[in-house]
Design a protein around this ligand. Structure first.
Ligand SMILES: Nc1nc2c(ncn2[C@@H]2O[C@H](COP(=O)(O)OP(=O)(O)O)[C@@H](O)[C@H]2O)c(=O)[nH]1
Ligand SMILES: [Mg+2]
Length: 440
């Protein structure tokens, strides 16, 4: 995957690593190398130009991260920009609030729609969904059989759509949705016909189906090996039908990477999965940041970059550890802890992975989910500074006031205080101090 591009970009990384200082001269050389690598990878020209401009700008005004050399900082900028090009943060597929969720697959013929429909069904199954598969490719009889046999291999039901039914498309599609619900499916995966090129007849047909089905996801499936052609057709589908997500297939055979590096910027839609082979399990969730690091061959530097980014968090964690040792831990600290739960996993979760922390396992099990986290924050937010500092003064009437102030029931206030006390009690206990000692 992206071997050729990766090789070229890793040369740039190596070049920069060899430089102690970032000068105008070596920066220009690095940018030249980057530009060449991208153009040779068949990346959209405009994307390359924007990318170069942003790297230049950021390198000039780079924030100084201690523990990274100037050259490493430039590498980090390149990585961050590549991540942006690939879509930035992870954007998972959407599911409808009221089932069934409908995913409609669109794309040119041979792009991998039918295969990917099967792969996606398998993935959804592993996430506890109950998909139903249907194919709207009615002209080629083989298309129905292909999806039917994919469904069979997954032991999933297949809905047989026919040209006769589709003579009255509105009725046919309503019946399909009714069937989906009646059979208890929460996900309908709709495979569609493709053409060798974008044509009006197909676009009109797909538009009609989309209007009636009103899918929560319209997924463009593109063959990465066709490079900029896949990008152009993605753009056409985006403009004429409207797409919400992209899946690129055949990345296993794509050494250049031009489609992946252009399609998000050109269409404004995220890549959510990539196909890396013909087999049903050869579908990978797409993570822009990991992909950027992989292409740049930054396995070794990744830890370093993360460490630099985490430096601030680290300082805070050290402060927390000091408080824990002295058992000065109050509700303000507890709140900070809650805030970091999401980011780095909870303290208790962390403890549960260490040897000799049996007594803390219970606390780990009591971890709060995201919704509760918000409620707890609201509750602590309704306390006075004195209450946060010394929760022992929170008596019955204070509990009722806090509950009213935060819009949460009293029992939840009690629950929070109990959880806090439990944590405090454990920290004061000998086992915890011994363990902190072992951790250094
Ligand atoms: N190597 C590889 N082949 C793939 C991938 N996805 C699909 N294919 C192959 O591409 C061909 C066309 O796939 P198909 O699903 O029939 O495309 P459709 O016409 O869009 O429905 C088939 O031979 C698939 O096995 C992939 O990720 N990697
Ligand atoms: Mg097909």
């Amino acid at each position: 995957m992206f071997d050729q591009l990766s090789e070229r970009l890793q040369k740039v990384v190596k070049y920069l690593k060899g430089e102690v200082q970032v000068t105008e001269k070596n920066m220009a050389e690095a940018l030249r190398m980057l530009r060449m690598a991208f153009l040779e990878a068949d990346v959209n020209y405009k994307v390359v130009k924007d990318f170069e401009a942003r790297i230049k700008e950021k390198a000039l005004h780079r924030e100084v991260l201690e523990s990274l050399t100037p050259a490493q900082q430039v590498i980090k900028i390149v990585r961050d920009e590549m991540t942006e090009i690939l879509g930035g943060t992870d954007k998972p597929l959407q599911f409808a609030p009221a089932p069934p969720s409908i995913f409609m697959m669109v794309g040119l013929q041979g792009s991998g729609k039918t295969t990917t429909t099967g792969k996606l069904a398998r993935w959804a199954l592993s996430k506890g969904r109950h998909p139903l598969l249907v194919s709207f490719d009615l002209k080629r009889p083989a298309a129905q059989d292909q999806l039917r046999s994919i469904a069979g291999a997954l032991r999933l039901p297949f809905y047989a759509m026919t040209a006769e039914k589709m003579a009255r498309p509105e009725e046919a599609l309503r019946e399909l949705i009714r069937e989906t619900k009646d059979r208890g499916h929460d996900l309908l995966l709709v495979d569609t016909a493709g053409r060798l090129h974008v044509d009006d007849e197909l676009m009109d047909e797909l538009k009609l189906v989309k209007t009636i089905l009103d899918p929560i996801e319209t997924i463009y499936v593109g063959d990465a090996m066709t490079g900029q052609d896949a990008v152009k057709s993605a753009q056409a589908f985006a403009e004429r039908i409207g797409i919400s997500s992209i899946i690129l297939t055949k990345l296993d055979g794509d050494a250049r990477g031009g489609a992946a590096l252009s399609v998000v910027m050109v269409t404004g839609r995220p890549i959510k999965f990539v196909g890396v082979g013909e087999k049903p399990d050869q579908l990978e969730v797409f993570h822009p940041d990991r992909m950027a690091s992989r292409i740049l061959g930054l396995g070794d530097m990744l830890g370093l970059i993360e460490k630099a980014e985490d430096a601030a968090d680290l300082k805070e964690a050290e402060e927390m550890a000091r408080k824990l040792r002295k058992a000065e831990f109050n509700l303000d600290d507890f709140r900070k802890q809650l805030g970091q739960l999401k980011k780095m996993g909870s303290l208790s979760g962390l403890l549960s992975h260490l040897p000799g922390t049996g007594p803390f396992k219970k606390l780990a099990a009591a971890d709060v989910d995201d919704g509760k986290l918000l409620h707890f924050e609201a509750i602590i937010g309704s306390m006075t500074a004195a209450e946060r500092d010394n929760p022992r003064i929170i008596d019955g009437s204070r509990r009722r006031r806090i509950a009213a102030g935060s819009g949460r029931p009293v029992h939840e206030v009690n629950q929070l205080l109990k959880q806090f006390q439990e944590m405090q009690r454990m920290m004061k206990g000998g086992a915890f101090k011994k363990m902190l000692g072992r951790m250094g």
